[in-house]
Write a protein that binds this ligand. Structure first.
Ligand code: ZN
Length: 199
């Protein structure tokens, strides 16, 4: 199967699984992911992971489990958990009783990128993103426009996610805002949110 056909299948699977689990983009967060894990019989482990590993998936004696890096922020956590869900749906047979360490893109490059494709579509389908962007009516000329898109974004996704999407939709060029620290920029424009202010 070609790479393109593989990704296309994963996009389709993500849409099916969203429907099956009744995902509503604006209301989808960690609590909802935990409910999906419970429904799928995946145990969530909390042991510490090496810094470079975002998450891992394993399946011993038909008991699937996922361990998650606790030190990462909310949005990447959500993304990582859906990334692992793709391994659960698609890669169990190939995996046998081994472990998939995620975050290491040199190993298993295709199944890892496939998991990213699946997770992006599952959390915020591209067509829905494009519609919302059009409704917002922002033309991306500088980094502050990306901040605007993020602040009006209904899905719980990171700046990295948004930039990748804008790239895919041809709104920005590859790496256009590569060096920008969006969180800092957002704070410069809108101020530091109260929960991050020092007393
Ligand atoms: Zn992975």
């Amino acid at each position: 199967m070609s790479r393109r056909a593989y990704y296309e299948e994963l996009l389709q699977l993500a849409r099916e699984k969203r429907l099956e689990h009744g995902v509503n983009t604006a209301a989808f967060g960690l609590r909802e992911v935990r409910a999906i894990y419970k429904g799928e019989g995946i145990r969530l482990d909390h042991w510490p992971l090496p810094y470079k590993i975002k998450a891992l998936y394993m399946c011993d004696d038909d008991c699937p489990s996922v361990a998650l890096q606790q030190s990462i922020p909310y949005e990447p956590k959500l993304f990582a958990l859906i990334h692992e869900l793709k391994h659960h749906y698609c890669d169990r047979a190939a995996l046998g009783t081994g472990v998939i360490h995620c975050g290491d893109y040199d190993a298993n490059e295709l199944i890892e990128k496939g998991a990213e494709v699946f997770a992006a579509e599952f959390i915020y389908p591209e067509a829905e993103f494009a519609e919302d962007l059009q409704r917002l009516g922002v033309t991306i000329r500088d980094a502050s426009h990306v901040v605007e898109v993020k602040r009006s974004c209904k899905a719980k996704v990171s700046y990295t996610f948004i930039c990748k999407r804008l790239e895919r939709l041809g709104c920005i060029t590859s790496g256009q805002f590569g060096g920008v620290q969006f969180q800092k920029l957002e704070e410069q424009i809108y101020g530091v949110p109260f929960y991050r202010r020092r007393r």
